[in-house]
Design a protein around this ligand. Structure first.
Ligand code: GLA
Length: 358
């Protein structure tokens, strides 16, 4: 892999104090490879052109003072005293994600500023990962993109209590214009996959809040761990070996993960060959597996997926993200869903600009 994209080499950030800064972090959509990241599996998300911007002035002393952020998307500001204690208790709720980041960073800088976002909040485009990485860069994170993603993941776990994987934050940290990112959560590699011009990626919100997401997510993760205790790392398991799992529910969960890893590479091969119909068919199979084997779909998501697939020029559609509500992603011809959803473009990852040094 070229070091230009290697997240353990590529760096970001600038921690000089008392500077005016602008941090931007995109959202993400996952094209395929769902509920695989926390099993050491494969995923193919991309950073999108919508995201979170924080503009503000830093304090002079690291680890002290306050972080005071207003948000155009929230009625109440996030005011956090450094050093942070109990980030999970911060109020209002969005301040927990800010506090989670500040609790995770080594000696964050104080900060006064404003958060603006072009992302729909809480709709499945990882507005929380986007906020976390923007806060980290604004508050003085400096390091590799992998470290930035890990800081965001830790913050997310602290703030939400959900044992999430590393996909969202890696996509936000490592995004590359024009490309999706093939992530391997066993060896940590991130490889760019060209998204052809004629491939439109459309995200549609089901409007169903992800109510069961927290408890359901933790249960699924625990079920995958149970399967791995019997079979070894799911990444290395062949579908034929799944019969060793006696419990039909655990077997179905593992079958989803094992076949989903195969679908990621089938999707990459189809995209690389420019065969968008084949790529769409693989997305449809992913949805079926998430519905039947992993049981994270809902009737609302199933209906939305079915409805989108009926439009001419839609190659495939599936739920994206954790499931239990939230969003659907469709791969389409450029104008197939012209008036529906968000038409997202694969975009660059998180960045920090220093605006002046006064
Ligand atoms: C959420 C988590 C990710 C990943 C997806 C499911 O978005 O934050 O780590 O597990 O669900 O693929």
């Amino acid at each position: 892999m070229s070091s230009a994209l290697d997240p353990s080499v590529r760096t970001v950030g600038d921690r000089r104090p008392a500077l005016r800064v602008r941090a931007f972090a995109p959202g993400r959509v996952n094209l395929i490879g769902e509920h695989t990241d926390y099993t050491g599996g494969l995923a193919l998300p991309m950073a999108v052109h919508l995201g979170t911007t924080i503009e503000g002035r830093r304090g002079r002393r690291a680890g002290h003072g306050t972080v005071d952020l207003g948000s155009t998307a929230e009625p109440m500001p996030a005011r956090i005293k450094l050093p942070v204690e109990r980030p999970e208790r911060a109020e209002p709720v969005w301040a927990r994600y800010v506090a989670g980041v500040l609790a995770t960073l080594d000696a964050p800088l104080g900060l006064q500023g404003t958060v603006t976002t072009t992302l729909p909040v809480g709709a499945g485009l990882s507005s929380s990962a986007s906020l976390e990485l923007a806060v980290a860069l604004a508050a003085g994170f400096e390091g590799t993109r992998r470290e930035l993603a890990l800081a965001g993941q830790h913050a997310e776990q602290l703030a939400s209590g959900v044992p999430c994987g590393l996909m969202d934050q890696t996509a936000v940290a490592c995004g590359l214009a024009g490309h999706a990112l093939r992530m391997d959560f066993t060896d940590g590699s991130v490889l760019p996959v060209d998204v052809p011009e004629e491939a439109a990626i459309v995200v549609v919100d089901s409007g169903q809040p992800r109510r069961l997401a927290d408890s359901g997510y933790a249960t699924r993760r625990a079920e995958c761990e149970q399967a791995a205790e019997v079979l070894g790392p799911l990444r290395t398991v062949h579908p034929n070996e799944l019969t060793a799992l006696a419990d039909p529910r655990i077997r179905a969960r593992a079958r989803h993960v094992v076949t989903e890893n195969e679908r990621v590479d089938a999707f990459v091969a189809a995209m690389t060959a420019g065969d968008l119909r084949a790529a769409g068919a693989v997305m449809n199979e992913s949805h079926t597996s998430l519905r039947n084997d992993f049981e994270v779909s809902t009737p609302t998501l199933d209906d939305l997926v079915e409805g989108l697939r009926r439009h001419a020029g839609v190659h495939g559609a599936r739920l994206t993200g954790a499931g239990f509500g939230g969003c659907v992603v469709a791969l389409t011809e450029p104008d197939a869903l012209a008036d529906i959803g968000w038409h997202v473009r694969p975009s660059e990852g998180a960045t920090l600009e220093v605006l002046d040094d006064r």
